[in-house]
Design a binder for this molecule. Structure first.
Ligand code: NDP
Length: 234
């Protein structure tokens, strides 16, 4: 079944792997991009999730080209790691505004058509940082934990309309975001992962693909860790 899919932050990393996987399955896939080059072979629309008007415009373009969005993957996210005592209010609020409020903006824009269609999927990319806490990530952990509360409330609001909402919580994944960590920090995290390595973006994408598929028709409000066993299911 070919569906209209939109992945935010799909120009690289996990978002691009999700987009490529869902496209390989025969879906009509669009990604949003902000900086850098748009990826080949996918409909790419410029969009900064900080800007509600840009979000609206991106959806309008995707709807015109691919049809109303049936699967939304809210993936765009940033980190601004530092210890709380050094974390400015700007460091805190910019991460919340991108990761949490940005997701609110895109889900809100998608909701109208999803509700009307009485079917569809929303997959939100959180993080194991929401579940276990990470030194230096008071801002990021707050935003990613907020996404879990958001998803569970959405799951209840949308269930009567047949729209399922789930969360994927990746552990350390091999992308630009993890490359930004120091070797010492990365090695120390990998040392605590039972499978002894980072996830690939494709491994995270495979779980998103499952949640977007017919096989996940009775799953909503769930949080699925993809973390090499770090949290043992939590
Ligand atoms: P990347 O930094 O490689 O990609 C992040 C993507 O989000 C980029 O496409 C980026 O666009 C986009 N983005 C950031 N801010 C905005 C914005 N304001 N508006 C629109 N797009 C934006 O990271 P990952 O692929 O690793 O991260 C993807 C998601 O997975 C994030 O939500 C992240 O928090 C989460 N995650 C990542 C983990 C990891 O270890 N890598 C672990 C757990 C969760 P641009 O190119 O313009 O910057």
């Amino acid at each position: 079944m070919s569906r209209s899919v939109l992945v935010t932050g799909g120009s690289r990393g996990i978002g691009l792997a999700v987009a490529r996987r869902l496209s390989a399955d025969g879906n009509r896939v669009a990604v949003t991009y902000r900086s850098g080059e748009p990826p080949d072979g996918l409909l790419a629309v410029p969009c900064d999730v900080l800007d509600a008007a840009a979000v609206d415009e991106a959806f309008t373009t995707v709807e015109a080209e691919l049809g109303p969005v049936e699967v939304l993957v809210a993936n765009a996210g940033i980190t601004k790691d530092t210890l709380l005592i050094r974390m400015s209010e700007g460091d805190f609020t910019s991460v919340i505004d991108t990761n949490l409020t940005g997701t609110y903006r895109v889900v809100k824009r998608a909701a109208r058509n999803l509700m009307r269609a009485r079917s569809g999927r929303v997959v939100i990319i959180s993080s194991t940082a929401a579940l276990s806490g990470v030194v230096g990530q008071v801002n990021y952990g707050s935003s990613k934990a907020g996404l879990i509360g958001m998803a569970r409330s959405l799951a209840r609001e949308f269930a009567p309309r047949g729209v399922l909402v789930n969360v994927v919580a990746p552990g350390l994944t091999d992308t630009a975001m993890s490359t930004a960590l120091s070797d010492t920090t990365r090695d120390s995290i990998v040392g605590r992962i039972p499978l002894g390595r980072m996830a690939t973006p494709e491994e995270v994408a495979a779980t998103v693909r499952f949640l977007a598929s017919e096989d996940a028709s009775y799953i909503t409000g769930a949080v699925i860790p993809v973390d090499g066993g770090m949290g043992m299911g939590h």
